[in-house]
Write a protein that binds this ligand. Structure first.
Ligand code: MCA
Ligand code: AMP
Length: 484
């Protein structure tokens, strides 16, 4: 398969092509196990994978891709309502179950098609467990470049998460642009410990390694001491991870021998950039992207890096910064506007949501990112904020305020709710809920939200207020909440 070309070209004398949380697998065995998964799921157009941080997840996803299915990564910590939404909205025909934390009643050999789903309310999908002792040599025709490779769920400002359709062609182009910018090669050893259900950890962090043919050492969780012990050449992290590494200078110093440190998914604070340089001798490369666009802007390994800036458009990418009337603002480093991007790595739209797609992606292929940016005369791009307060970035996770508000409002004691991201030293922003409620406390509300959504979407702080600030139209004035 073109997308994961490096996997088949990898030297078969590497017993550790992919290591996840200390479990290693060779490229040859990964391919054999993935082919066995492909034999089982062949014919299913859409396959969900329970995306635990395990080798089984990598095998399951590669297997589904080999079978020509679109993969839906399911966060292992997602609450029941969120899981149900992903599994039904995506039209997944099967759920591949993987390692620890996977609820499956399967005995080896067959699909669990018991008609009623699971106790936690999952739809009744056949379950296919990944079995690392099972091998196959069936070679299948490669999917077409325009076929969907992934359906990745991501939060919007309102409503439930939407499925982002990423084709094989887009994923290939997205990785190849980074191979060029970062001189990513089969000789690299990539280290990270990011979740395997988002673009950063999965598309860059797993498929990037398998396409490039470099070794991957996934640390299970992105803990500083594990990064320090991993002996990599290329390290990926979100800003929270880099800031935690800086807080452990010994761990940071252990990265001095690496080739390249890369930060993304949220703004890297300038003090963290500076501290990383002091401790490791490396100026990190910062890059900017979105689930819908993959990575579009980055500094280059062979070029300058600048704290607070995300670099230049990648090969094949066009960018514009526009005002509210859609007119380009001057590239003077001062004028700000909404960033729009165009390029071969963009998504094909939101699954079954043509209006949502049309609202973000125009007929000429320009995607409205919702990020506010400026560009200086030399072309340096800087992200200065978001157009809407309703998208929160916490620890690199994108969280829709509306989704959390809907979960809170489902509690009988909650009359009104407004959720914002408040500045947080470790996480960038923390999910903070302002509620008007009767007879319910903070812990109960956080637990209640946990019954619906993923762990990182739960409010870290609940503030009880008598009323929410509203304008004359009755709309909540979130900017007043965020700055009080
Ligand atoms: C977390 N915990 C909570 C809450 N939140 N408990 C109660 N209420 C909450 N609201 C629990 C956690 O489950 C954990 O428990 C413990 O508290 C510590 O949580 P936390 O501080 O969040 O630490 P962490 O679990 O170590 O998480 C920090 C993290 C994580 C590792 C930086 O946020 C992370 O993995 N972020 C990466 C997100 C990412 O990959 N985004 C990329 C999106 P326990 O210890 O028991 O487990 S893709 C993207 O953005 C684009 C394409 C791009 O540009 O890359
Ligand atoms: P997600 O779709 O989870 O991939 O989140 C995408 C959003 O993350 C973007 O719209 C930005 O707001 C933010 N983001 C990603 N990378 C950066 C970066 N290097 N600097 C600032 N914001 C970033």
């Amino acid at each position: 398969m073109r997308l994961l070309a490096g996997m088949t070209q990898l030297a078969s004398d590497r017993p550790d092509a992919v290591t996840v949380a200390d479990v290693a697998i060779s490229a040859e065995r990964l391919l054999g196990c993935a082919r066995a998964v492909a034999d089982e799921v062949a014919g299913a157009p859409v396959v969900a994978v329970h995306a635990t941080p395990t080798v089984e997840t990598v095998v399951g996803m590669v297997g589904a891709l080999l079978a020509g299915a679109a993969v839906v990564p399911v966060p292992p910590d997602s609450g029941p309502a969120e899981r149900r939404h992903l599994l039904t909205d995506s039209g997944a025909a099967l759920l591949i179950t993987t390692g620890a934390g996977t609820a499956t009643t399967l005995s080896s050999g067959g699909h669990d098609t018991a008609g009623t789903g699971t106790a936690d309310g999952d739809p009744a999908l056949p379950r296919v467990p990944v079995d690392l002792t099972r091998l196959s040599s069936t070679d299948r025709p490669a999917p077409a470049p325009t076929d969907p490779a992934l359906i990745m769920y991501t939060s919007g400002t309102t409503g439930a998460p939407k499925g982002v359709l990423l084709s094989h062609r887009a994923v290939e182009a997205g990785i190849d642009a980074l191979v060029d910018a970062w001189a990513w090669s089969p000789d690299d050893i990539l280290v990270h410990g990011l979740p395997l259900f988002h673009v950063h950890g999965l598309v860059l962090g797993v498929f990037g390694a398998l396409r490039t043919g470099c070794r991957l050492r996934h640390t299970g969780r992105p803990l500083p001491e594990r990064y320090a012990a991993a002996g990599g050449t290329l390290y990926f992290g979100v800003p929270t991870v880099w800031s935690r590494i800086c807080a452990q200078p010994e761990a940071a110093r252990a990265l001095a021998g690496a080739r390249l440190l890369v930060s993304g998914s949220a703004a890297l604070p300038v003090p963290v950039f500076d501290r990383l340089r002091e401790l490791t001798g490396h100026q990190p490369v910062e890059r900017y992207g979105m689930t819908e666009t993959l990575i579009t802007v980055s500094s280059r390994v062979d070029g300058p890096r600048r704290a607070g800036y995300v670099g230049f458009p990648l090969d094949g990418v066009g960018t514009r910064v526009v005002d509210e009337a859609g007119r380009d603002v001057p590239a003077d480093g001062e004028s700000v506007g909404e960033l729009r991007v165009r390029g071969p790595m963009l998504f094909d739209g939101y699954l079954n949501r043509p209006e949502a797609t049309a609202a973000q992606l125009d007929a000429d292929g320009w995607f409205r990112t919702g990020d506010i940016a400026s560009v200086d005369p030399a072309g340096w791009h800087r992200i200065v904020g978001r157009a809407s307060t309703d998208l929160i970035k916490s620890g690199g996770y994108r969280i829709g305020a509306g989704e959390v508000e809907d979960a809170l409002l489902a509690h009988p004691g909650v009359r009104e709710a407004a959720v914002v991201g408040r500045p947080h030293a470790d996480l960038g922003e923390q999910v903070t809920a302002y509620v008007v409620a009767d007879g319910v406390g903070e812990a109960e509300l956080v637990d209640f939200v946990a019954g619906h959504l993923s762990v990182h979407k739960r409010p870290r702080q609940v503030r009880f207020v008598d009323a929410l600030p509203r304008n004359a139209m009755g709309k909540v004035q979130k900017k007043l909440l965020a700055t009080d």
